[in-house]
Design a protein around this ligand. Structure first.
Ligand SMILES: NC(=O)c1ccc[n+]([C@@H]2O[C@H](COP(=O)([O-])OP(=O)(O)OC[C@H]3O[C@@H](n4cnc5c(N)ncnc54)[C@H](OP(=O)(O)O)[C@@H]3O)[C@@H](O)[C@H]2O)c1
Length: 344
């Protein structure tokens, strides 16, 4: 008889999630079945629970993207992972036509092997869960603006980037990845996070609530003598000040902005500036290759060398699968410099 497990199921648009039983799936050739130990929460999880945005193709659905856990079964073509080993996994039904077998919020989940890597011994399951979607979004921003992930600028290249929203989950990995590619990193955040973001690799951090924040950044860039024509706008309603900075720093060249929140149709623009919604390739083969580069390349390498660390801070919420609704409500109410993680 097929095995069963508990899952936080979204029965219909508007939620709430409700804990129930599901049949445990078998992994396909390039898939891994993971016993979930911790999940991290992302804004898309409550958007889908509460508003059905982005569209949920199949109900009942299982939401969630970020997991860490233990390898329970391996597909026939998967190499480099051992049964019973600890892993970090991008587990999302997003690229699986909404199939609930692939959503993180359950005790056993399927994940594509491209997005599964070993969890280092020095990290807890809770720490491991913070990486997947935030790392992939931070790295996808680079390819969105035409910067390959194997870029290695040296200080003599004087290449700079602006990360608007550095204390967010995605922003913290935007900073870590920018540093690893060799950029001089300018970021915005509330003042209480400035020192921390410098430890992640920011060269200078600015209070986005300061009325003169744009001129502060422009002055610093000019004083440092670096070339700033690329930005990652990580948070909502930050495109205008991002463009205001680029207008003064890009010179006559083309500027490029990766925008992580959905771009409103009437968004601001700037001459000679490409503004692109930050999203992985639509072509499945190219997307798989990109995911593999993000996880098996950048993240696994960075964790091994110790140059990449869990970020931002972690707030653990209790209650397991039953605790997901109140934990998502807390995320929806707003967080500052923390990732909410729920042990399962
Ligand atoms: N395109 C994609 O595929 C994709 C994937 C994942 C996420 N996203 C989107 O990316 C965005 C970020 O997600 P997340 O999980 O990283 O968010 P998050 O961690 O929940 O963001 C919270 C942080 O946003 C910062 N913030 C809010 N308004 C700001 C502003 N005007 N200027 C600077 N910082 C501001 C706050 O900074 P302080 O604490 O410093 O005040 C806070 O720490 C969301 O819109 C999400 O939907 C898109």
């Amino acid at each position: 008889m097929a095995s069963k497990h508990q899952a936080a199921i979204l029965p219909q648009k508007g939620g709430p999630l409700s804990v129930g039983e599901r049949t445990t799936p078998e992994p396909g050739p390039n898939e891994v079945l993971i016993q979930v130990k911790a999940v991290a929460l992302n804004p898309v999880d409550y958007y889908q629970r509460d508003f059905g945005i982005p569209p949920v193709p199949v109900y009942p659905a299982v939401l969630g993207c970020d997991t860490s856990g233990i390898v329970a079964k391996l597909g026939s073509q998967v190499s480099g992972l051992a049964l019973g080993s600890r892993v970090i996994a991008l587990a999302s039904s997003f690229f699986q036509h909404g199939s609930p077998d692939y959503g993180a919020f359950q005790q056993y989940v399927l994940a594509q092997a491209d997005g599964v890597i070993p969890l280092p011994d020095n990290l807890s399951f809770e720490e491991g869960a913070v990486f997947p979607l935030a790392v992939m979004t931070a790295l996808t921003a680079w390819t969105t603006v035409g910067v390959p992930l194997d870029t290695k600028y040296s200080p003599q290249d004087r290449q700079a980037v602006l990360i608007w929203g550095g204390a967010s989950s995605v922003g913290s990995f935007a900073i870590q990845s920018a540093k690893s590619l060799g950029f001089t990193v300018y970021a915005t955040a509330s003042p209480k996070h400035h020192d921390y973001l410098k430890t992640l690799g920011a060269h200078a951090v600015f209070d986005y609530r300061a009325p003169d924040v744009v001129s502060q950044i422009v002055d610093a860039v000019k004083k440092d003598g670096v070339d700033l024509h690329i930005a990652h706008c990580v948070v909502n309603e930050a495109l205008q000040p991002t463009l205001d900075v680029l207008k003064e720093t890009k010179g006559n060249g083309v500027a490029k902005v990766a925008h992580s929140p959905i771009l409103p149709p009437d968004h601001p623009t700037l001459d000679n500036t490409e503004i692109t919604f930050n999203y992985p390739p639509m072509d499945p083969a190219k997307r798989d290759e990109h995911i593999s580069q993000c996880f098996h390349g950048w993240l696994q390498g960075g964790l091994k060398s110790g140059s990449i660390v869990p970020s931002p801070g972690i707030q653990i919420e209790a209650g397991g699968l039953e605790g997901l609704n109140p934990a998502l409500d807390k995320l929806r109410a707003g967080v500052s410099g923390i990732k909410i993680v729920v042990p399962i």
